[in-house]
Design a protein around this ligand. Structure first.
Ligand code: ADE
Length: 253
């Protein structure tokens, strides 16, 4: 997969793209990153990328011309047509389903918006606007890195074992089950016995139920779309009921 990023802060990217799993993915050739300075597509002496909003108001707006030029020139730079993203708080909220959709494409081009906004006409060359959550950042650079990270780890050959992505409870639509490492006993806190049993079937069952328990307690909204058997659904409901009963005020008669 090829990923192009267009930004007015290219220096933010290299340290992240060359570290840890992203760096390894890149070395292995599972993904190619190209970071571009939007100012390369300006045509004035000051390399201006923003301007005042028509109608007045605070903040500066990203000008359309450099962004249009960047998208057109970069699209022509490779036989694969890019799927063009714009990071902005009004976009579609990123979740693992969207990450999987993006990861299956052969080329992405990410335009990093600035917080005050981009000229509305830029949306004509954008395929999808993406938000990473309901909070406002100073710019779209960190969101772009979040997207790139989530998409890269799903590229073939990036994860140590290809099952790790599928085995993750998040791909079941659930939160992650509790994990432990050595020592088996630490300051009086013991690792659940089943994990030391060596019985893989039992361990899988335990993990699945703990993932359901945790999801029921922390993110019950996720249960609506999670793929659960009737029995598992009943278990989730019992967890929720027990929790409610525990919290009920004692009867004063
Ligand atoms: N730019 C500023 N805030 C953002 C957010 N939450 N997601 C994507 N882009 C943004």
């Amino acid at each position: 997969m090829r990923i192009d990023i267009v930004t007015i802060f290219p220096q933010i990217f290299e340290p992240v793209l060359s570290s840890s799993m992203l760096g390894i993915a890149r070395q292995k050739g599972a993904v190619e990153f190209f970071v571009h300075d939007l100012r390369d597509w300006t045509d004035d002496r000051h390399r201006t990328t923003d301007d005042y909003p028509f109608g007045g108001g605070n903040g500066m707006i990203m000008k359309p011309e450099p962004l249009f030029r960047a998208v057109r020139e970069l699209a022509a730079a490779d036989a694969r047509a890019p799927y063009v993203l714009l990071t902005c708080p009004q976009g579609r909220r990123l979740d693992q389903r969207l990450v999987e959709d993006l990861a299956a494409r052969d080329r992405l081009l990410v335009l990093c918006g600035r917080y005050e906004g981009v000229d509305e006409r830029v949306r004509d060359v954008v395929d999808l606007e993406v938000s990473i959550g309901d909070y406002v950042l100073t710019g779209g650079e960190l969101p772009a890195l979040v997207i790139v990270d989530a998409v890269t780890r799903l590229q073939p050959g990036v994860l140590a074992s290809p099952e790790s992505a599928e085995e993750e409870s998040f791909s079941w639509g659930l939160l992650e089950y509790p994990q432990y490492t050595r020592p088996a006993s630490f300051e009086g806190r013991d690792v659940p016995q089943v994990l030391l049993s060596g019985d893989h079937k039992k361990i899988q069952q335990w993990r699945r139920l703990e993932a359901i328990r945790r999801t029921a307690l922390r993110r019950p909204d996720l249960l609506r779309t999670a793929d659960l058997t009737d029995e598992e659904r009943a278990f989730a409901q019992r967890v929720i009921d027990e929790y409610r009963n525990e919290r009920k005020e004692p009867d004063r008669g």
